[in-house]
Design a binder for this molecule. Sequence first.
Ligand SMILES: Cc1ncc(COP(=O)(O)O)c(C=O)c1O
Length: 471
Amino acid sequence: MKLLSRKAACNTHGQDSSYFLGWQEYEKNPYDESHNPTGIIQMGLAENQLSFDLLESWLASNPDAAGFKRDGQSIFRELALFQDYHGLPDFKKALVEFMSEIRGNKVSFDPKKLVLTAGATSANETLMFCLADPGEAFLLPTPYYPGFDRDLKWRTGVEIVPIKCTSSNGFRITESALEEAYQAAGKRNLKVKGVLVTNPSNPLGTTLSRHELNLLLSFVTEKGIHLISDEIYSGTVFSSPGFLSVMEILMDKKYSMNTEVWKRVHIVYSLSKDLGLPGFRVGAIYSNDDVVVEAATKMSSFGLVSSQTQYLLSAMLSDKKFRKNYISENQKRLRHRQEMLISGLESAGIRCLKSNAGLFCWVDMRHLLSSETFDAEMELWKKIVYDVGLNISPGSSCHCDEPGWFRVCFANMSAATLNLAIQRIKLFVQSTAAGSKQNQSYHQSLNNSRRKSLTKWVFRLSFDGREPDER
Ligand SMILES: Cc1ncc(COP(=O)(O)O)c(C=O)c1O
């Protein structure tokens, strides 16, 4: 008898993707400046640790919020008993105000159309459950966030069909790519229920242009399908062009008069990235369709936000001065970090896709591949993880169509650690000098001597006690 159900055992979860394997390798040998200086530096985790001091100083000056108190009186019992899946009204109001502030107050959100969820993970899955039946499909531009295989497909039985975007136009969404994806779904006998985009994009770190958003809205209008815009990184846009939410485009008369498309656009949001609180599990769905809001609210029972979290964050986010300052200061810090990574990589001869948002860069290492294949991408990735000591995410884990691209995170570490990571990659590139004869002989000697002849900076990392070649 099998121990697990088919659902629990089914591998559409994607945990064997190199995206998650890299995390496992990091866990085995994590870098620490004093205790493990040769360990792996985690650059595969899109966390924002740059503005904790701003949150901490707000907490220090507002002790009631974190101490379950209101006007000095304990509200512990009230919070302990609260379990309405509609959420605390004050929190929903504060959250929509924060969302508007991020969009330069050009869009306003109605708290009645907001459904609270345990992070964007839960929001995305809930929307899949609400909008599609098992075996139906959503179209997603590639490359996309590796977690979507788990979040959108695993438990719902929904299929993902890629909208293939390429480096030839900076991975922009085109009309023909949308149409081709729709046709490809048809060939697989999959009914398409919608398109899901991340804006700003994970892993590209770019925002969708007005042209792309109009293209998407025309496409979903013509096909009579949904559009989900995962805007979890909306507050991380740090340089021009600024962020344009699909909701802002929808306010244009052309769309707002068309109730069909107005109701078919849904936004996903979370405080995991913009506020750097993935552990708090705060996410939301925003929809103009009452039917979707009602269904998602019922489903949200499986992933509610705890009442003490709602209480604390409603106080924090309704503090106008705090949120305004936080948003701009956080963006400034992110921009500095991104510039630091880009210039560091450039000095190693590595270029990034031009980006203006996010907690990562989309890095072009095609010139470092031994051949233009995904096998070569894996080979390079393993070297970077085990020899160089950096966990980055290969493009193939994001379903990128072209080998040689990697997502590299910059906001989950100190500036000193980022500098060290840049030094490591520079030395690696210098010693490989890919593409040249020198490189070929380098690779040969690497194999022959089973890496024993590598220069001092290249340290061997343990992998089940075996040499990498024996795996
Ligand atoms: C595009 C995107 N959506 C959703 C998530 C999940 O976020 P959360 O921690 O809010 O569940 C992530 C996390 O990396 C993400 O990048």
